[in-house]
Design a protein around this ligand. Structure first.
Ligand code: X8Z
Ligand code: ZN
Length: 622
């Protein structure tokens, strides 16, 4: 699936046994014949580039089989959470982790050899192919896989039962709806706290997971799991950290302007006793459980005289477009760019809506079960605008997966993980009023005077997300490095939330709580810097594809719908998979070799100027 991929490994018995054999041979034989034999064996054991190629190809065959088995087990667990499916998913995950560890250990034999680029790249990618590496010890690696599967289940089964477990309970979907629509601060605060109460039970297990995974990372040659995650970007881990900070500095002024405008408008709405220009914004008032997407409070802060003139949620409802119909709109967009239709099995095997009779992980994801054509999405789609966008996001993963399906298994991935997250979002940026009119969902395209409204709506989703996208892994990197210990998990979390997002918890929190665990990607161990990168990259891709299509107007009104030239350019990059360093993939679409936030700044430039005008006389920053 494209959220997690797999966890860890273990340099297993096989490798240990071989090492022991060698020791016995050299130690116990004293005759000249024995010495000569040992010498020949040592010579023949110096590996050649050909050996390395044979090794990686064998490793790929072995991993592919295990990956497919783990995907199947994981699909069943996430669409039917029971103790049995959890156990089966954990077992399949452990098999992947064990094999990866063993192969990563063996790959070190080829270090220092002059190798063809593709072979060297694959050797490096073996150890990076799991997100959570397991230690060599089988008992520990089993424990780690069980912890991971159980954290995922706790999250999937999470609900809030205000009147106790016998009373009526609210699922995350119910709570999402409440957070999006309620304007009662007390009710919002209770819902926020109710959901966050699922996480304290994860705390101990999370701390143990950190210990075990770090052990695995060290055994593979990384300082800790955070350093391992940062090593996956074709640059030194520290350089990657600096790159994120550089991009954040580029976009921070835009975020700060939006934050200030939202804060004083919320103060107007709720009063200074609830929100004040002197303090960070309370996290429960932003229309989203994690304050990561603020689009739901648009009506509270909508600019006067800039009504975008339509509301996609209303259109979907009025036209009775069902979940599967919404997915078809997404598919047709990709087809308009020249991509082939999704396979029949996609429609038969995907989970589009929340089943009524069982626990599932509703958090949206895209899957490529057999790494060739068994593409699926898993979502609990509702008739609303954000789900329309998320469908495009997920299909972006699926079309990427299919574009690279003829690459060797270790290259069947995106150029870097930010690319995978950015493709569907790039397409969703082309869901403009002009596009909606073209496909018959909208009668009149709103005039240019509506631009501030349109941009504001989008910025509340995309610009508001930026610091959140950054801080999740800032927190995890410090947790994995040991800078933040379990005694400080929550404190460190809220320090980062304040520092980057300028938000505060609705009520006092303590180390009894485990607020990071109330976010899916922490419970499920999915690295998160990818979403920050995607939030920047999607505008870079959008700008390049719009140029390719010959478009000349403002970026936020450009749609590449129906443009085969743009589609071909995009496909060129997708088909490369992870076979080349990501700057080359970026260049294939944009002609640029650096990730660069000037495209997102250009996109929102009219809004930024407008916000700065409105914010005059108000406090900016926190
Ligand atoms: O997890 C997702 C996707 C699946 S890869 C729905 N996203 C992040 C989130 O929900 O936190 C997309 C935006 C950020
Ligand atoms: Zn995604």
């Amino acid at each position: 699936m494209i959220l997690g991929l797999f966890g860890a490994f273990v340099a297993s018995g096989l490798l240990a046994a071989r090492r022991n054999d060698k020791v016995m041979m050299t130690d116990n034989r004293n005759s000249n014949t024995a010495k000569a034999t040992a010498l020949t064996q040592m010579k023949s054991s110096v590996p050649t580039p050909e050996d390395a190629r044979e090794f990686v190809e064998g490793a790929e065959r072995r991993l592919l089989t295990l990956w497919v088995a783990a995907q199947r087990a994981s699909w069943v667990q996430e669409t039917f959470i029971t103790p049995d499916t959890e156990e089966m998913a954990a077992e399949a995950d452990q098999a992947v982790k064990a094999a990866t560890a063993e192969l990563a250990g063996q790959a070190r034999r080829y270090e220092g050899l002059q190798l063809p680029e593709d072979v060297a790249r694959k050797l490096k990618l073996i150890s990076l192919s799991v997100d959570i590496p397991a230690p060599r010890d089988t008992a520990e690696s089993t424990e780690l896989s069980q912890i991971n599967a159980s954290l995922q289940s706790v999250y999937g089964k999470g609900r809030w039962c205000p009147d106790g477990p016998q009373g009526k309970c609210l699922s995350l979907s119910d709570l999402d709806h409440l957070m999006a629509t309620s304007r009662d601060p007390k009710e919002l605060e209770s819902a926020w706290e109710g959901w966050h109460a699922i996480a304290p039970s994860m705390r101990k297990r999370y701390a143990r997971m950190v210990e075990l995974a770090n052990k695995g990372a060290r055994e593979t040659g990384f300082a800790d799991v955070g350093a391992m995650w940062r090593s996956n970007y074709d640059m030194a881990p520290d350089a990657f950290g600096a790159e994120l900070d550089r991009l954040w500095q580029q976009v921070r002024p835009l975020y700060v302007s939006l934050h200030a405008y939202v804060r004083w408008n919320l103060e107007k709405k709720y009063g200074a006793g609830v929100v004040s220009e002197d303090r960070p914004i309370p996290a429960h008032l932003l229309g989203n459980m994690w304050s990561q997407d603020w689009a739901n409070i648009y009506p509270l802060i909508a600019p006067a005289n800039a009504d975008p003139g339509y509301d996609l949620t209303e259109i979907l409802k009025a036209r009775q477009i069902e979940p599967v119909g919404m997915v078809h709109y997404g598919e047709r967009f990709f087809m308009s760019l020249g991509f082939a239709a999704l396979p029949q099995t996609f429609w038969e095997r995907s989970m589009f809506t929340k089943p009524r009779d069982r626990d599932v992980v509703c958090h949206a994801s895209a899957w490529d079960i057999d790494y060739v054509e068994d593409l699926r999405i898993k979502m609990c789609i509702e008739q609303k605008s954000d789900d329309f966008t998320t469908i495009h996001h997920e299909l972006g993963h699926n079309f990427y997966q299919r574009a690279y399906d003829t690459q060797p298994p270790l290259f069947r991935n995106s150029a870097n993980d930010g690319f995978h997250e950015a493709i569907g979002d790039t397409i969703a940026l082309s869901v403009t009023p002009e596009y909606l009119k073209q496909i018959g969902l909208l009668e009149n395209v709103p005039p240019a005077s509506s631009d501030i409204g349109l941009l504001m709506k989008r910025a509340l989703d995309k610009v508001a997300f930026l610091p959140f996208g950054l801080l999740i892994d800032k927190w995890r990197w410090e947790v994995f490095s040991g800078k933040v210990t379990p005694e400080n998990y929550n404190k460190a979390w809220w320090e980062l939330r304040e520092k980057y997002q300028g938000i505060a918890p609705p009520s006092a929190r303590s180390e009894e709580d485990f607020d990071p665990g109330a976010k899916y990607h922490v419970a499920a161990n999915v690295p998160y810097a990818r979403y920050f990168l995607a939030a920047i990259l999607q505008y870079q891709f959008h700008r390049a594809l719009c140029r390719e299509s010959g478009y000349k107007g403002p970026l936020h009104r450009c749609s590449i719908y129906n443009n085969k030239g743009a589609g071909a350019r995009l496909n060129k990059m997708l088909a490369m998979g992870e076979s080349r360093p990501w700057p080359e993939a970026l260049e294939a679409v944009t002609g640029e070799k650096q990730m660069d936030a000037t495209a997102i700044l250009e996109y929102y430039a009219p809004l930024k100027a407008w916000l700065d005008e409105q914010n005059k006389g108000h406090k900016v920053d926190w």
